[in-house]
Design a binder for this molecule. Structure first.
Ligand code: ADP
Ligand code: MG
Length: 368
């Protein structure tokens, strides 16, 4: 079951929330919708579900226009953040609830409930009431309910946001496995960039009423189309360093922190985006260009917060634990992996290993 959005627009009264959202989601795809709180993720999902009207644009499911189709006829299921289970029904009854409403035969209902509970590893809990379950188990009941419905499209709105970090990690891989096993077309809304990166086949980034970028996790991370996307993905955050460019073959912050350009750029002001792991530090040089401001030890790596003499604050990750103190001097240089953004915050050049990379990937999702 494929889903196609053509220039979907939504306003609440005069308040424009989403404009011209277009994408084609393939059958069996795990598609994540990501963006900061309030950017319209739930609004978009509710329009796909048919719970709220679409202001403009066309929505197709399996090539059929469904704008006017009521939710129960759209052959999809939903799992929400506040997975509403009925407290007086046991687990099996909760899973069966939607099926009974559809007047399926008793045997058929029992069979589907059994299978769904097996898939989410809750067969032994069929008789329990929701209050006798942990948060993760309740979430799995909500998943089982979606699975039992046998719909080929599943919509999930921040389904893991009420769970603790450890359980979230476990549920991420469980949902991914189930999605693959059942061949579900899954549209998954989250504000959590890590969740989107680790689970999805493709990601759509929403911000400022518009689609900022659509791509695989690798494309989104390595070839962000603008500074918003670059900033949103990756921990610690990418460094964005402002550079005045006279026409030459490099962008230079100082005489050590320099970025060789494989292709010419016109004169002007640019931002160089460089991931914290693509900067190099040396504490044993007589010539230096920065001072340590802070050090975060994260176990498998450390993040150095430093201030360049040039004035900018930067983040650098190093693999080991460092014995360095505040104000200690260091030399910061860069690996030839970086992105150049223009004054409109748009990516104009991707460089990996000193070579121009994926410029054909530069998309035009921006408003003019
Ligand atoms: P997200 O799920 O990304 O956090 P929402 O889709 O819930 O964002 O909301 C997007 C914007 O639409 C917000 O500014 C919100 O205040 C507004 N909004 C959501 N629902 C309604 C509604 N029923 N009436 C008016 N404004 C709404
Ligand atoms: Mg929401």
């Amino acid at each position: 079951m494929s889903i196609e959005l053509q220039k979907i627009t939504k306003s609440y009264d005069t308040n424009l929330v989403l404009e011209d959202v277009s994408v084609r989601i393939a059958t069996g795809e795990f598609f994540a919708i990501v963006g900061p709180s309030g950017c319209g993720k739930s609004t978009l999902l509710r329009m796909i579900a048919g719970l709220i009207p679409i202001s403009a644009g066309i929505l197709k499911i399996d090539e059929q226009v469904v704008n006017q189709l009521p939710p129960q006829d759209r052959k999809l299921t939903m799992v929400f953040q506040n997975y509403a289970l009925f407290p007086f029904l046991n687990v099996a009854e909760n899973v069966a609830f939607g099926l009974k409403a559809r007047r399926l035969a008793k045997d058929e209902v029992a069979q589907r409930v059994k299978q769904a509970l097996e898939l989410v590893n809750l067969s032994d809990f069929a008789e329990r009431k929701p209050r006798e379950l942990s948060g993760g188990q309740r979430q799995r009941v909500a998943l089982a309910r979606a699975i039992a419905s046998d719909a080929k499209i599943c919509l999930m709105d921040e389904p893991l946001s009420n769970l603790d970090a450890q359980l979230r990690g476990k549920m991420r891989s469980e949902i991914r496995e189930l999605q693959q096993q059942l061949g579900l077309t899954l549209i998954y809304v989250t504000h959590d960039q890590v969740e989107a990166m680790t689970m999805a086949d493709r990601i759509m980034v929403l911000h400022d009423q518009h689609v900022q970028q659509i791509g695989s996790p690798a494309q989104i991370y390595q070839q962000p189309q603008n500074t918003f996307v670059a900033n949103f993905f990756g921990t610690p955050q990418i460094n964005l360093l402002t550079v005045q460019h006279a026409v030459s073959d490099q962008l230079a912050l100082d005489s050590f922190l320099k970025f060789e350009l494989p292709t010419k750029l016109t004169a002007g002001t640019y931002q160089v985006g460089i991931r914290p792991g693509d900067l190099l530090v040396d504490f044993n040089q007589s010539q230096t260009n920065a001072a340590v401001r802070n050090l975060e030890y994260l176990g498998n790596q450390s993040v150095i917060h430093a201030k360049l003499d040039h004035g900018e604050e930067i983040r650098i990750t190093v693999a080991n634990h460092l014995a360095v103190g505040i104000n200690q001097r260091l030399l910061v240089t860069a690996k030839p992996n970086f992105i150049v953004f223009d004054q409109q915050q748009r990516a104009v050049l991707f460089v990996r290993g000193g070579k121009q990379d994926g410029t054909d990937q530069i998309q035009q999702f921006q408003q003019a």
